[in-house]
Design a protein around this ligand. Sequence first.
Ligand code: ADP
Ligand code: ADP
Ligand code: ZN
Length: 214
Amino acid sequence: MNIILFGAPGVGKGTQAEKLVKKYHIVHISTGEMFRDAIKGNTPLGQLANSYISKGHLVPDEVTISLVKERISQSDCQKGFILDGFPRTLQQAECLGKICLELNIKIDYVIDIEVLEDELITRLSGRRICKNCGSSYHVVFNKPKVNDVCDNCQGPLITRDDDNKESVIVRLNTYKKQTEPLIKYYMDQGILLRINGQQAIDDVFKEIVNKIGE
Ligand code: ADP
Ligand code: ADP
Ligand code: ZN
């Protein structure tokens, strides 16, 4: 099964991806995490990506598309994958379509998680991520077992540099302008599933599983 997790920053894509990976044994591909790893390693890709991400802007399509193309061509993706945070522009979606044709695979579902904007701001301002594994927590809604320590790997929890107020506003506007139009694109393809993201994490997960099948 190949799926796209779709939605504005903070709807819970990363949180749900972690649970879906465990249940369906498929590969998690988060472009945001790939960029953050490159930034941590101070690679040329990381330096380039950081100049956009730190301002809340999207990384240019050519860069992002070639990164994803390389990743989904790898053999572990044959068992199925979750794209988290890609595509985010019409050009990315069209290129993904071409890549799928070339690799003779298809996207089964686009899972659109929907949350109101005020709630997104609350979620993003309280988000903490694990410095080692990228796992996502929240200071009120999804606390780790031990304060500031990751449940999965015992790594330290930190605030993402781009989860500051200015950047969040830019990211939400970018989502509305460049990414939201893809809802219609995938609805027209008949593969869009709308999910109410404004419920407890486990209930969102149940709704997704109900819709895509056990
Ligand atoms: P969020 O969890 O807030 O949705 P991500 O972790 O998915 O954010 O992405 C963080 C940042 O990485 C984005 O704000 C953007 O700058 C960059 N990025 C991630 N995915 C893409 C993409 N598909 N196209 C362009 N830029 C991207
Ligand atoms: P995304 O990957 O879409 O940007 P995350 O999965 O990182 O979103 O979630 C954003 C923030 O909201 C995190 O702090 C996370 O713990 C929290 N969160 C995720 N899902 C829910 C939910 N259903 N209810 C409340 N908070 C949530
Ligand atoms: Zn961790």
